[in-house]
Design a protein around this ligand. Sequence first.
Ligand SMILES: O=C(O)CCC(=O)C(=O)O
Length: 278
Amino acid sequence: MQAPPTKRKAINDFFQPSPKRSTTQSQLDASKTDDESVQLNHTSIPESTSVTGLTLHRDFVSSAEEPEILHFLNDPTRCSWRTDLSRRTMHFGGTYCLMPPKTQSGDQPSKPQVLQAPPMPVELGWLIQRMVDARVFPSDKRPQYCIINEYTGAQGISAHTENFQFEEPVVGLSLLSTCPIRFIELTRPFDGSVRSGKAGKADKTGKEVDVELPGRSLLVMNGESRWKWQHEILRSKRGRRDGWKRVSLTFRYKDEEKEMTRKIRSPRKAIVRQQLKA
Ligand SMILES: O=C(O)CCC(=O)C(=O)O
């Protein structure tokens, strides 16, 4: 596995405007069809949880497929991790509004940057097809966006809901070590981002549920679990032995036409929204 570079890179190192690879749907679908490990009849029975709309599919990928995905993500000729945050991350699809790294004096520059990420890679096409086959995503609403997070040591992610410009479901594939994810109920659907500080101030009911995520499982957030509950990976070493590592792939679908209509109707509001939310 590739060790993270010792020198922290700047955000632009990870988002050089690249010649746009056009990933066609047939390329995505066909990317693994010759491979013996493709499971066209993959059946997966989702388990419900005590969070409304939240289901878990265990063993969504096989123990042979897990290292294949990790091998792809860690191949520097095909993928590029961002190392300007405390954990390693990678983004595919569309634009992301990201905070640039702190300056040398330690001050956080106030202006977020909107950057273009590479499109969803063909190498993940079989996984998306499997999610469609399992009726996790409708066939006409395949996720075009994916955020990959790698957690080691005490790393985590602050409580948040996924940006409301994405539809439901929001879907997370967990790889490697088991890890709990905490769901925090809000009094109403709320779209405040971590960066704006609004996520932390969201009105909570006091109800929290921890859901254990085994490696190779798929967590599917629909309904209330997607809009009215925040999720968080606690920054803690509790239950994590030396060498503990979790990698998650969070898939999201955006209705680009709906987004365009919203921007045309309210261009100023859309720009402000885009600058405030990741
Ligand atoms: O690691 C996870 O499962 C959650 C990731 C997440 O919520 C995000 O990237 O927004």
